[in-house]
Write a protein that binds this ligand. Structure first.
Ligand code: UN1
Length: 504
């Protein structure tokens, strides 16, 4: 039987990763699928991190001078390489993050999509021109490359979130340093190897345009503290963001924070319940509840509560749970034992607060060292205790509501503000939910779930989610610096605001 470690090693070899990067080191990494060790990496030190930042700074000085569309050509080649690597990289995502085959492949598709988006963007880094108050003058803005971009990513989207940042940052003329989660270093090494292939074909990219730093929080902290890193784009918990945000701000660096979510759905009286059921099931149980966009709270109107709940209970009781590499199960493992313990603690707190818990128990799949759990459906009398927090596990808290205004207020009561959705066929409810008086989240959806966004929109959220935006729309602006230029082509020197300052 091929072990998972052997499968990972084969994939890494095919993708061109140097075995020295993932063997013989002191930092073990594991697959949540079986709990077995898959690699032993050598972590970066303070000295190697500093050296990498210096190399990235040098690469930036060259890369920024290439025209945008030429930089786009590298990203086009990256997209091509990713198309070829999709089956291998998707499997490696399943091995390291425990995602179902379909979700592992979907994540790589998201990378391909953002590359396509970024190639087009490379010809559209537009600035405005403004009319000026002074005759014979022209005013405009120019967008310039920013510098070294440090990407800190989480285990749950080990490759797609990097690509959102990398594809956009590259066309914007920046150099990359990537500190992946210590739980998913192999997929990072694999992406770096795929990018290296694209760079080799491209031929004009400076050495060290992109580097991966392996390590734990100390390596991330070194990146965050360093003035040589112009922008830190960090995805992870709100706890992590509370450290990263102030540390970057203290040196006047820039940050994009994409932190926790406590995403809710509202099922209204007019909702299409068949559709709502499917959307809730994917949103709450998909990826074993380990997306930052996972649906964690559900408000159901009292008039449809008794029609929906039995169907939801059946879906929770029957959803397939299993090894994502050997079965088509919809729900794979939690990332590790600590995640399972946190899930149990939240369920305990929910019971103590008067909740009725269905599911949530451990499911033995293969080895003792892997943590699979049945997704938990928790009927709560009120939005209290663990409902107000994000627990990174498949727990859906269900609450009944009667008044629309009241449910909107409850919806916005939590600290996080990432994603939200409403299920309704009532135009007024829909528009209110999307209006200034509605959802306070960065993502507000109608008749689809909270998770599974596409790359074309800006991704991110408000409040404790950190306020950053990544991926599509005009999120690229955070990866560049803006210069406002005023050009005087008249023969005189009129001052703005009519100020007079005549010297002899
Ligand atoms: C994340 O969980 O960190 O909307 C990102 C989604 C995906 C991205 C999630 N497109 O669920």
């Amino acid at each position: 039987m091929t072990t998972i470690a052997a499968r990972a090693t084969d994939i890494l070899a095919r993708l061109g990763v140097d075995p020295a990067r993932h063997t013989g080191g002191s930092m073990a990494s594991f697959s949540p699928v079986t709990g077995e060790q898959v690699a032993a990496l050598t972590p970066d030190s303070a000295a190697t991190t500093d050296a990498a930042i210096a190399r990235a700074g040098a690469a930036f000085l060259d890369w920024r001078l290439l025209p945008g569309p030429r930089r786009g050509e590298l990203v086009r080649l990256l997209g091509e390489e990713l198309r070829g690597a999709k089956p291998d990289l998707g499997t490696l995502v399943s091995i390291e993050a425990g995602k179902s085959t379909s979700e592992g492949l979907g994540e790589v598709q998201e990378m391909i999509d953002i590359c396509d988006f970024a190639v087009g963007l490379s010809r559209q880094l537009y600035g405005l021109t403004m009319t000026t108050e002074r005759p014979g003058h022209r005013m405009m803005e120019t967008w310039h490359p920013l510098g070294v971009v440090g990407i800190i990513s989480a285990f749950n989207f080990p490759v797609a979130v990097w690509s959102w940042n990398a594809a956009i940052a590259l066309v914007c003329g920046n150099a990359l340093l990537w500190k992946p989660s210590e739980k998913t270093p192999l997929t990072a090494l694999a992406c770096q190897a795929v990018l290296a292939r694209a760079m080799a074909r491209f031929g004009e990219a400076p050495a060290h345009l992109s580097q991966v730093l392996i390590g734990r929080a100390d390596v991330g902290a070194a990146l965050v503290a360093h003035r040589g890193v112009a922008l830190i784009s960090a995805t992870g918990s709100t706890r992590m963001g509370r450290q990263v945000g102030p540390a970057v701000a203290a040196r006047f660096g820039r940050s994009i924070l994409e932190l926790g979510g406590n995403n809710a759905g509202i099922v209204c009286p007019s909702a299409d319940l068949d559709m709502a059921l499917r959307a809730i099931a994917f949103g709450a149980m998909g990826t074993a509840g380990q997306r930052c966009t996972t649906m964690r709270r559900l408000f159901v109107h009292e008039s449809v509560h008794d029609a929906l709940l039995p169907r939801l209970r059946r879906a929770y009781a029957s959803v397939s749970i299993g090894n994502p590499l050997e079965t088509q199960a919809l729900v794979g493992p939690l990332i590790d034992g600590a995640a399972f313990a946190a899930m149990q603690a939240a369920l305990e707190a929910a019971r103590a607060a008067g909740g009725t818990v269905q599911g949530g128990e451990r499911v033995m799949v293969g080895s003792d060292a892997a943590y699979y759990a049945r997704p938990a459906l928790v009927e709560m009398p009120a939005q209290v205790g663990p409902v107000l927090e994000e627990t990174f596990a498949p727990i859906l808290y269900v609450m009944k509501y009667s008044d629309f205004e009241d449910v909107l207020q409850k919806h916005n009561e939590v600290g996080a503000g990432l994603s939200s959705s409403i299920f309704t066929t009532d135009l007024r409810e829909m528009e209110i939910f999307l209006s200034a008086a509605g959802s306070d989240c960065g993502i507000a959806n109608v008749n689809i779930g909270t998770s599974g966004s596409e790359v074309g929109g800006a991704f991110g959220g408000e409040k404790e989610t950190g306020g950053g935006r990544e991926s599509g729309s005009d999120a690229w602006k955070a990866y560049m610096r803006r210069a406002t230029n005023t050009i005087n082509y008249s023969g005189a020197l009129p001052l703005a605001q009519g100020v007079v300052f005549d010297i002899e």
